[in-house]
Design a protein around this ligand. Structure first.
Ligand SMILES: CC(C)(COP(=O)(O)OP(=O)(O)OC[C@H]1O[C@@H](n2cnc3c(N)ncnc32)[C@H](O)[C@@H]1OP(=O)(O)O)[C@@H](O)C(=O)NCCC(=O)NCCS
Length: 176
């Protein structure tokens, strides 16, 4: 069970724990905001899950052994999330896909690194592989993933279209 307080680089304290069904409305508001702050999340603001879909998703995460959903709070506001979605089919269930988002005005405060460390320490006991997709120009995210031991496995050419044109997507993975 992940639940702890964490000091940001600027000295402020945030609270980290696993998602609960009652967080759904605040998570919905968080995703609406962060998807409007960066194109690197790929999802557009109008594609964000509704609060009821978010509630259903949290229940799935609570009930599957190979899924993890971390939420970071500053007061009652959600400021970051990290999910590892373990695959459902038995022959793939040792593998999970990681996604991470931090609210823009909290970037560079150590939150991304902290929740990656928490997630990978959880994954070590549960999974043999964690993979992720990242846009080629997302230097901040790629630096974080490399620091955490993720290796480039492949490049999906012209995989996403952002406002400045097509980009490749890097498939990165960490094995345990
Ligand atoms: C990518 C993201 C998760 C990183 O989270 P963060 O809380 O800003 O990251 P941290 O403050 O923990 O920094 C982690 C590492 O990123 C790197 N980093 C930080 N700022 C950077 C910058 N301006 N340029 C390049 N790398 C940078 C550093 O290696 C840093 O490690 P260090 O603190 O030991 O030097 C966050 O910026 C984010 O949510 N971005 C938008 C959404 C996104 O891109 N999600 C990932 C999609 S694949």
């Amino acid at each position: 069970m992940i639940e702890e307080f964490f000091h940001l680089k600027n000295g402020k304290v945030v609270y980290i724990r696993e998602a609960r069904v009652e967080d759904a409305d605040r998570l919905h508001a968080f995703y609406k905001l962060v998807t409007s702050e960066t194109e690197y999340l790929i999802t557009c603001p109008d594609e964000v899950l509704s609060p009821s879909e978010e509630r259903a998703l949290i229940r799935i995460y609570e009930n599957l052994f190979n899924r993890l959903y971390i939420v970071v709070f500053r007061g009652s506001d959600v400021i970051a999330t990290l999910k590892i979605a373990g695959a459902r089919r038995k022959r793939l269930s040792h593998s999970g896909e990681l996604s991470i988002a931090v609210k823009r005005n909290y970037w560079g405060q150590g939150i991304g690194k902290k929740i990656m460390e928490e997630a990978l320490s959880w994954a070590q006991g549960v999974l043999s592989r964690v993979e992720l997709n990242v846009v080629d120009s997302n230097e901040r995210a790629i630096a974080l993933y490399e620091k955490m031991g993720f290796k480039l496995e492949g490049i999906k050419k012209k995989a996403v279209k952002l406002s400045d044109g097509y980009h490749d997507i890097y498939l990165m993975a960490k094995l345990f």
